[in-house]
Design a protein around this ligand. Structure first.
Ligand code: HDE
Length: 717
């Protein structure tokens, strides 16, 4: 299968719109061949430009209008094409074609994003990540417009403009970019108890993912699945990454923002280019209608998750992203998602956040994509045929034929016809609803803290430590004392220990005795005290696929060690790169030339998951290179696996890495909390095995390190 065939029918559809300059003449937009484009047409070489220069005018006119408004939220994103395969028919649950037929390959286009930052902001900001999937099904488009966090800040869409205005840079000075660490964001959080659970997630490691490929995805809202008999069940949608969910440390995220602002998008791009296609399993949690009121939380409340221990996630299919876009603007920028892009067999619930989104996403495209015809943009076109009586408008490209663009008509034989249900016609689930018109909120939505507490209790001690450190950073940037105080009060309703640990870092006292806003969850309903699924430390850690390993080389480097590590780890799917002082080649101990992948100037340890420091013989130029010493010290500080052999071990000593055995350990391999060392050069297989196990573990939190806000530092002295 060629690269371009991987997402089947949608790819064929896109082909008609692709342009390739290969072997072609430069032309105007009207097809006129151009023979000079470097000088404007002037009256004399030094004279004024002439108005008749149509080529100049066309070129500049187009350039002047190249930008469209960025998304009001989720402006910064990266996307990829792929396919979805169902494992087994779900006909008992839904009549959606792509969830009925396992032989089908459904093309998808997925856009990942940050929420708050502008289009040019850094990828590694602390933020929710958007995870929006467009399924091009044979029965029309289904968009699952989700996030990498299973709950949301607010319960009703009418609060969304307030939320976004509070989070975005402050209006007087447009500061700070892509960050919630400022007064207005926390002013808002501190006054809105329903946001507390999500604030906990944002302060956790989930908000700084290691990679888009290592994030879970959630549809968040409760939707419905409806089968051919018209039976409806409640459902929540999940994406489970096969590489597991993993995160950066805040210290790394901040450094990456400067060293490589495109960290996540280049990671996604490179993985796909190298054939290491990112994969997620599609999961569903299903509840019968009769179970709607069995739980301590309201199914319609988007600030609540369904604990997986109570309602297991059934994995029903797999999505593989296997092709990068051809053109960022045409595809990633112009793609228009909408939770109301639905197929028969899936329907909405009355979640008031979802209901509001159903208005917003169509509306926003009018400004962003300039009119009502955005569904005709190639990336947005369904692979199912489109026939209706909508006509005209800006940027219309369809040439509708016939004479009767209305319904009913007789002049076109009544076409396009209405589709009966058994021909796939969408029929809204006939849920019975009644009630007085009111702007009230259900009492069942007013338990604001129990799931914030659940999240806190489900984290491991190190994750809790990171969360506290994040609040110290964020609230440390809040200059309004009353906001910091109110936030600590909010945390005190989640957990007293959490509140006092937050308070200790931001110069405020924990209040005592203020009544908790909202209500307690109803007793006697199903709930859990702890949900292991919420801790990243319980994610799979059995693979090193696509993990990045740096080999710090220098003249005289042991060629055998380098190739053992490179071959051993590459065979397990890792990406091993040789770092040298400069680009070019390095002479090895056996006289070969070793290719350098990156010079030390262009990379840093935050771009790698592990580091190997091989032997370089007696004259080791690395020991006097501060950036090399910093590289290993930083890898240690961030809990990463470090391996060294021979003079490499001596280098770790110079870098101040604790726990290195004294010289003369007879070639034995020592492993002290992910610091793997050997004096000798012999048993590289064991070293590679230990390195592999260490990398799979992601981080080594059991090091003899001191924890401080923003990460970990080497012990003093
Ligand atoms: Fe969005 N959101 N949102 N949102 N959202 C947009 O649509 C909105 C919400 C999400 O990659 C906008 O085309 C409202 C929840 C993603 O193109 C806009 C509310 C969730 C993306 C919009 C929400 C999301 C958006 C901006 C409160 C997770 C990026 C541009 C009811 C379930 C999609 C655009 C992409 C984008 C409105 C809340 C996810 C303005 C009113 C909850 C992943 O329409």
């Amino acid at each position: 299968m060629s690269e371009n065939q991987r997402d089947g029918k949608k790819n064929d559809d896109l082909e008609a719109f692709r342009e390739s300059p290969d072997g072609q003449y430069l032309t105007s937009n009207q097809g006129l061949r151009i023979n000079h484009t470097d000088d404007s047409l002037k009256a004399g070489e030094r004279g004024p430009t002439l108005l008749e220069d149509f080529h100049f005018r066309e070129k500049i006119m187009h350039f002047d209008h190249e930008r469209i408004p960025e998304r009001v939220v989720h402006a910064r994103g990266a996307a990829a094409h792929g396919v979805f395969h169902l494992y087994e028919p779900l006909t008992d649950l839904t009549k959606a074609g792509f969830l009925n037929d396992p032989s089908r390959e459904t093309p998808v286009f997925v856009r990942f994003s940050t929420v708050v930052g502008s289009r040019g902001s850094a990828d590694t900001a602390r933020d929710v990540r958007g995870f929006a999937t467009k399924f091009y099904t044979e029965e029309g488009i289904f968009d699952l417009v989700g996030n990498n966090i299973p709950i949301f800040f607010i319960q009703d869409a009418i609060k969304f403009p307030d939320l976004v205005h509070a989070l975005k840079p402050e209006q007087h000075n447009e500061i700070p970019q892509a960050a919630t660490a400022h007064n207005t964001a926390w002013d808002f959080f501190s006054l809105l108890p329903e946001s507390t659970a999500m604030v906990m997630w944002i302060m956790s490691d989930r908000a700084i993912p290691r990679s888009f490929r290592m994030m879970e995805g959630f549809g968040i809202h409760t939707f419905r699945l409806v089968n051919a008999e018209g039976k409806s069940r409640f459902v929540k949608f999940h994406w489970k990454p096969l590489l597991g969910a993993h995160s950066l440390l805040w210290d790394e995220a901040q450094e990456l923002a400067g060293r490589n602002a495109d960290w996540h998008r280049s990671d996604l791009w490179q993985a796909i280019e190298s054939g290491a296609y990112p994969e997620w399993e599609f999961g569903i949690q299903v509840l019968e209608e009769g179970q709607e009121f069995d739980f301590a939380f309201d199914l319609l409340d988007p600030t609540k998750l369904w604990p997986e221990e109570l309602i297991p996630v059934r994995r029903i299919g797999k999505m593989t992203l296997n092709r990068n876009p051809d053109n960022y603007f045409a595809e990633t920028e112009q793609v228009a998602f909408h939770p109301g892009h639905l197929v028969s067999g899936i329907d909405f619930s009355n979640d008031p956040l979802l209901q509001g989104r159903l208005f917003s996403y169509l509306d926003t495209q009018l400004t962003r994509l300039g009119g009502p015809n955005f569904a005709e943009i190639p990336i947005n076109r369904p692979i199912a045929p489109v026939h209706n009586n909508q006509r005209d408008g800006l940027h219309r490209t369809t040439i509708n034929t016939g004479t009767a663009p209305y319904s009913p008509n007789s002049l076109s034989g009544g076409c396009p016809m209405l589709a009966p249900e058994n021909a796939g016609g969408f029929v809204t689930y006939p849920e019975h609803v009644e009630g007085p018109k009111t702007r009230a909120r259900s009492e069942s939505f007013k338990d604001y803290f129990s799931q914030a507490t659940l999240f806190w209790k489900s984290l491991s001690p190190i994750e809790q430590e990171h969360l506290i450190a994040a609040t110290h950073f964020e609230l440390g940037k809040v200059t309004a004392l009353q906001v910091r105080e109110r936030m600590v009060e909010m945390f005190s309703y989640v957990d007293p220990e959490l509140a006092s640990r937050v308070a200790a870092g931001i110069g405020v006292q924990v209040p005592s005795g203020t009544p908790q806003p909202g209500v307690q969850p109803p007793s006697g309903k199903k709930t859990v005290e702890k949900s292991p699924a919420l801790s990243l430390e319980n994610q799979p850690s059995d693979s090193i696929a696509t993990r990045r390993v740096a080999v710090l080389a220098a003249p005289g480097v042991d060629a055998g060690q380098v190739s053992a590590v490179k071959n051993g780890l590459t065979a397990k799917g890792a990406v091993v790169e040789v770092i040298g002082q400069r680009l070019g080649t390095i002479q090895t101990n056996n006289g070969q030339e070793l290719e350098v992948d990156h010079s030390g100037l262009t990379v840093s340890s935050v771009m790698y998951d592990a580091v190997f420091v091989p032997d370089t013989g007696s004259a080791d130029e690395r020991a006097s290179d501060g950036s090399v010493l910093q590289f290993v010290a930083q890898a240690y500080k961030h809990g990463k696996t470090i391996a060294a052999a021979g003079t490499g071990v001596a280098l770790l000593r110079v870098a101040g890495i604790p726990g290195i055995p004294a010289p003369g350990s007879d070639g034995h391999i020592m492993d002290d909390a992910g610091v793997i060392t050997t004096d000798g050069r012999s048993d590289m297989k064991t070293l590679v095995d230990k390195l592999t196990a260490g990398i799979a573990q992601h981080r080594h939190w059991n090091r003899n390190v001191m924890l401080v806000p923003g990460g970990v530092v080497l012990p003093v002295g």
